[in-house]
Design a protein around this ligand. Structure first.
Ligand SMILES: Nc1ncnc2c1ncn2[C@@H]1O[C@H](COP(=O)(O)OP(=O)(O)O)[C@@H](O)[C@H]1O
Ligand code: SF4
Ligand SMILES: [Mg+2]
Length: 331
């Protein structure tokens, strides 16, 4: 699909979310800064899905939380339909929030165990459309339940009576009942069996087409986002290291980190097999409070050179719409 013409639904520019961490030791009381999200920019068009990939701890959830106003953005701009969100007061932001919803990794933990399915799904309607009669509200809930693959006779059940996959369907119904324009899926299938993962991803793709949704789909694994994403953004230690269309990125990963992630895709896939040219990922993430100088990936990069130690790589367009931050990208 084409995704470059109209004004974007979401525009994130130079977004930073930094945390101040108190000194840990008895002698060291000095505060430290953890740059969980460090100067990230991207756009998202209506009806587009952006996959965000990177190891645990690289800042994916913090970025999502920053966009949704659940985390204070240290600096930068976040615009929804052209309107700046970071300067809105609480009440105005709350109004925008109904247009931006999120589903989480652990569906059971994110649903209130004391509420029935019907109460869980209808709660956003009660808050944002209180004028709706209870009959209409119930009808909307039933329609949404059917749409996400739940049975109407499950309406009075409690979350613990459902499997992980079904619980995620409840989470999706709740997130979409207000017909938002943006849905952020934060590792929504990471806790599910592989067969269930595919069902949930297919459901999200169908709903996206039907409702014209824009989605940000977060995962720590490149294989999970491949099917659903139009474009993919790869994050490492709070920064974006590569961004391209799905097909370009999987056919021709240019950053050594993306190549390493590609190596760890377990599923036999001819496109990925051909792209598996780099070395597998070695070592652990460095401490985010003491990141390496120059390129933050240099301590694990098989292509590291002296320049990588001293110079932060620029964000450059190496091929049309294919952006990379690396001094020596794979050509
Ligand atoms: N509220 C917080 N206070 C301090 N550090 C945080 C907070 N939330 C996240 N972090 C840190 O920010 C970094 C990114 O975390 P997160 O966004 O959860 O990563 P991911 O979702 O990619 O696993 C991690 O080092 C994490 O420990
Ligand atoms: S800039 Fe250097 S260390 Fe960083 S990814 Fe590129 S080659 Fe590796
Ligand atoms: Mg996370």
């Amino acid at each position: 699909m084409s995704a470059t013409i109209a004004e974007p639904l979401l525009e994130v520019s130079h977004c930073k979310v930094w945390f101040t961490i108190p000194g840990q030791g008895v002698w060291n009381r000095q505060k430290q800064t953890l740059k969980a999200v460090d100067d990230i920019s991207f756009t998202l068009q209506a009806g587009e899905t952006l996959g965000i990939v990177g190891e645990s701890g690289c800042g994916k959830s913090t970025l999502a939380r920053g966009i949704l106003g659940l985390e204070t953005v240290t600096s930068g701009s976040i615009k929804l339909n052209g309107e700046e969100l970071t300067t809105l007061d609480k009440k105005s932001f709350r109004n925008k929030r109904k247009n931006m919803q999120i589903i989480f990794q652990d569906p059971l933990a994110s649903l209130d165990p004391r509420m029935t399915v019907s109460e869980i799904i209808s709660e956003p309607l009660q808050v944002f459309q209180p004028e709706l009669s209870s009959r209409l509200r119930k009808k909307r809930v039933q329609q949404m339940m059917l749409r996400v693959g739940l049975l109407p006779n499950q309406i009075n059940r409690y979350p613990h009576e459902f499997s992980g996959g079904q619980a995620q369907r409840i989470g999706i119904a709740r997130a979409l009942i207000l017909k938002p324009e943006l849905l952020i899926c934060d590792e929504p299938v990471s806790a599910l069996d592989v067969s269930i993962q595919a069902q949930i991803i297919n459901l999200l793709m169908e709903l996206q087409r039907e409702m014209g949704l824009s989605m940000i789909f977060i995962a720590h694994d490149l294989s999970v986002v491949k099917h659903i994403s139009h474009r993919v953004m790869v994050m490492y230690m709070g920064k974006v290291v590569e961004m391209a269309s799905r097909d370009d990125l999987y056919r021709h990963p240019r950053h050594p980190y993306t190549q390493a992630l590609m190596q760890s895709i377990p599923i036999p896939d001819p496109t990925v097999e051909r792209a598996k040219r780099g070395a597998p990922l070695k070592g652990d993430l460095p401490s985010p409070m003491d990141p390496p100088s120059g390129c933050t990936f240099r301590t694990r990069c098989p292509k590291v050179q002296q320049r990588c130690v001293t110079e932060i790589p620029d964000w450059k367009e190496k091929a049309p719409d294919h952006w990379v931050a690396c001094h020596f990208p794979i050509t």
